[in-house]
Design a protein around this ligand. Structure first.
Ligand code: ADP
Ligand code: ZN
Ligand code: ZN
Length: 726
């Protein structure tokens, strides 16, 4: 037989099929070792055939790397799909299908050193001098059950343990350790579905297409997912459930574990290499049949998939923005389609594009319009911060927020204070009249660039002189940037010295497990107030939160991005949804300088439909997605000269593409990227907006044109509807 092999080298020159002769034990999907040049390298067998055009020169496969088939037959179709759609190399896609650590033989089963006393306790103690405190302590520790070497070394020091072993007091042997990822403990609440939930589950069961599950916060979507998963398993099938960032939603995993036990496996980047491998292997062998995880879990090695769920489908994290670039939702659609299984996209605030597809019949729409037990959504109060300032309050908190916090704490309830620091840039805003510096031709705010001391539009690239005073009212009370979580937490402590304040942001959650720990402490009532960034907006179900305060709600509104209205609406709705979940009547206070903005009006009324229609209309008029595709070709290099030269060449090549069908282009411009230098790379871009109708065809030409501009001195990436245009 001839094996068709893709070698594990990330280079476009060798990203094609190489033929090798192979014995009968080699089957497609296996990882093998093959001679390449003058050494052995790893590769994936993607097919077998009888004849090769190079028959007389073929080398043979040196051997298989695993005793299992790592990549199932469906995945080859997925590989072709992704290669075509995202213009990726085959090897980059194949690498996504197996745990990174499997490659290069870096992980397999772990065998750990386990230490036990080799002698009865008294005898062991008698052999150690009383002054060797650490050795005595170790013997004490080992008395009952023994322990793992790594743990013991940490506790008592390696030298004490070595001494014990040398004296024959302990013995060490190898045991296989299954790496179980951490979860919250949780017991399975068996609930009776309400009529809406039952209807939703029925429709999922019957569907073979994409279902958009639009359910308000607290409407019991998780319960719908679990029932649908359970039905899929009953039919002998498997399921994938994706969540935005699993480290932020350990509850989901724990409720799945509580209901499905070891049938649920978890895959995400927060796991150690070993844990990941073990969970992946359990899915591959069928020991587990539900894969739960963040974006990359969409590549779970399951076959016979009966259901895929993407929770919080509006979340930007489903799109991979670094190489290899792909959209997990599109991958999910391919995989579900292959098996004729339903794909469920769930959200309280669906992405505009998704809802549009539901409206135009491409997706099926299923709604859960009420909270469980018809619990009211919390009332939202909008506070006008310009007015606060006019009344002499220049502090972070409005008087409303202060009062509400005081009441909340006096009632021994909990509060969440949300401050959106997502993003990188400041905006320039007048504190007296709310004026915000905006571009003349685009509805986006200008960004202050410090090095050049100018304001720039990140949409069209126009620059403006920086302003010292407000062109609208003349005030010099301008602000750039924003108050951070740290300052807010400090302020709460100052105002309420007896309150326990916890903080959750990128700084406070750097350590593994820190997210979960902060959330658990808050859920257990160890903190009264939780101050945080958008991390706290995601799917947590806290029972005692009576108050949610949203500070600087405007911030995300003026990110230079066509999605900023949508993101703000989503954030406000999601954060507001954390209030008043059980028993309590929640209250939400939103501080803004633009209280009349339609985003806040619709968000305060929980009117998704209204917001959607308004926003869709704007996008139709201004020609943004879903009515156009934004394509950015990003060119970067450690040398400014090289980046610029490469950008110019790319721009010229793309100009030809544009000139072939000028009517399809709404916008076409080459410029420096808004972040001109990032991680020591100089960045340039060609930004395009292309009418929806012919976008796919034109994007292919864009790929072909940029391929020809590739060179060793710079990187060139094509991004479609990027999540972030920095
Ligand atoms: P969502 O994901 O839509 O915001 P959740 O799935 O977190 O909502 O559900 C909110 C709460 O309601 C959870 O505590 C869940 O256990 C509970 N719940 C869900 N369905 C029911 C039901 N049919 N009866 C009683 N409680 C339910
Ligand atoms: Zn002003
Ligand atoms: Zn502009």
């Amino acid at each position: 037989m001839i094996a068709e092999v893709i070698v594990d080298i990330a280079s476009s020159e060798v990203d094609r099929i190489f033929d090798y002769t192979a014995g009968p034990d080699i089957v497609p999907g296996m990882r093998v070792s093959v001679p390449f040049g003058n050494k052995l390298i790893e590769g994936f067998v993607i097919g077998l055939k009888d004849k090769s055009d190079y028959a007389d020169k073929l080398k043979s496969v040196a051997g298989k790397l695993d005793d299992f088939v790592a990549v199932g037959p469906e995945m080859f179709g997925l590989m072709d799909f992704m290669v075509d759609k995202y213009h990726l190399r085959k090897i980059d896609v194949l690498r996504l299908f197996v745990p990174a650590q499997l490659r290069g033989g870096r992980v397999g089963e772990i065998l750990l050193d386990f230490v036990q006393l080799a002698l009865p306790y008294e005898e062991a103690v008698s052999m150690v001098s009383a002054s060797a405190a650490k050795q005595i302590a170790a013997i004490e520790y080992l008395k009952d059950a023994g322990g793992f070497s790594s743990e013991l070394n940490k506790l008592f020091g390696a030298s004490a343990l070595k001494a014990l072993k040398d004296k024959g007091i302990t013995r060490v042997f190898k045991v296989r350790k299954m790496r179980e990822p951490d979860t919250f403990e949780s017991s399975d609440k068996s609930v009776k579905l309400n009529a809406n939930q039952r209807e939703a589950v029925d429709r999922i069961d019957r569907s073979k297409g994409v279902i958009l599950l639009h359910g308000v916060t607290g409407s019991g979507k998780t319960e719908v997912y679990m029932n649908a998963v359970s039905h899929a398993l009953d039919r002998g099938k498997t399921a994938i459930v994706l969540v935005p960032e699993i480290s932020l939603t350990p509850q989901l995993l724990s409720v799945f574990r509580a209901r499905f036990g070891a049938k649920a496996a978890v895959l995400h980047s927060g796991l150690s290499a070993g844990e990941r491998f073990d969970e992946w292997k359990r899915l591959l062998t069928g020991e587990a049949s539900i894969a739960i995880g963040a974006r990359s879990a969409i590549f779970a090695p399951l076959s016979n998939i009966g259901l895929i769920v993407i929770d919080e489908e509006h979340d930007g994290s489903y799109v991979s923005e670094s190489n290899p670039r792909y959209d997990a939702k599109e991958v999910a659609r391919f995989r579900a389609g292959y098996y004729g299984a339903p794909l469920v996209l769930g959200s309280a605030t669906p992405q505009i594009e998704s809802y549009y597809k539901a409206q135009t019949g491409e997706y099926e729409l299923v709604s859960l319009p009420d909270r469980i037990n018809k619990k009211k959504l919390p009332e939202v109060e909008i506070v006008n911060m310009s007015r606060e300032i006019r009344m002499g309050n220049r502090e972070i908190f409005s008087s409303s927020v202060k009062q509400a916090l005081e009441n909340c704490l006096a009632d021994r309830n909990q509060a969440i204070i949300f401050i959106n620091r997502r993003g990188y840039f400041s905006y320039v805003m007048c504190r007296d009249c709310g004026f915000i510096a905006k571009c003349e031709s685009c509805d986006v705010s200008l960004t202050y660039h410090k090095t050049e001391n100018v304001l720039k539009c990140h949409c069209c690239g126009k620059t403006y002189r920086n302003i010292e005073k407000c062109p609208h009212c003349g005030s010099t009370h301008l602000r750039q940037g924003h108050t951070g979580t740290e300052q807010v937490a400090e302020e709460v402590k100052k105002l309420f010295p007896h309150a326990n304040v916890a903080r959750m942001d990128n700084d406070s959650t750097r350590k593994k497990g820190a997210h979960a720990a902060i959330l658990k402490d808050f859920a257990d009532g160890k903190a009264d107030v939780l101050v945080g960034t958008q991390m706290i907006s995601k799917g947590h179900d806290f029972k005692r939160v009576a108050l949610v305060c949203i500070l600087e709600a405007d911030y995300s509104l003026y990110m230079s991005d066509y999605r900023s209205n949508e993101r703000t609406f989503q954030l406000v709705t999601q954060v507001a949804g954390r209030a008043g979940r059980e028993g309590l009547d929640g209250k939400v206070i939103l501080q803004t300088y633009t209280p009349k903005h339609y985003v806040f009006r619709y968000a305060a009324a929980y009117d998704y439909q209204g917001f959607y229609e308004k926003e869709l209309n704007t996008r139709q008029v201004t020609k943004f997605p879903p009515f156009a595709k934004i394509v950015r070709v990003l060119i970067s290099s450690p040398s400014d000269e090289d980046a610029k030269a490469s950008a110019r060449k790319t721009y010229d090549a793309l100009t030809k593409v544009r000139n072939d069908s000028p009517d399809d282009f709404i916008y076409f411009q080459g410029m420096k990227s808004p972040v001109e230098r990032e991680m020591d790379m100089y960045r340039y871009q060609v930004l395009m907006r292309i009418k929806q109708e012919n976008a796919d065809k034109i994007i292919r030409s864009v790929y072909t044109a940029t391929d020809k501009c590739k060179n060793k001195k710079s990187q060139i990436f094509v991004e479609i509807n990027p999540q972030n245009l920095n």
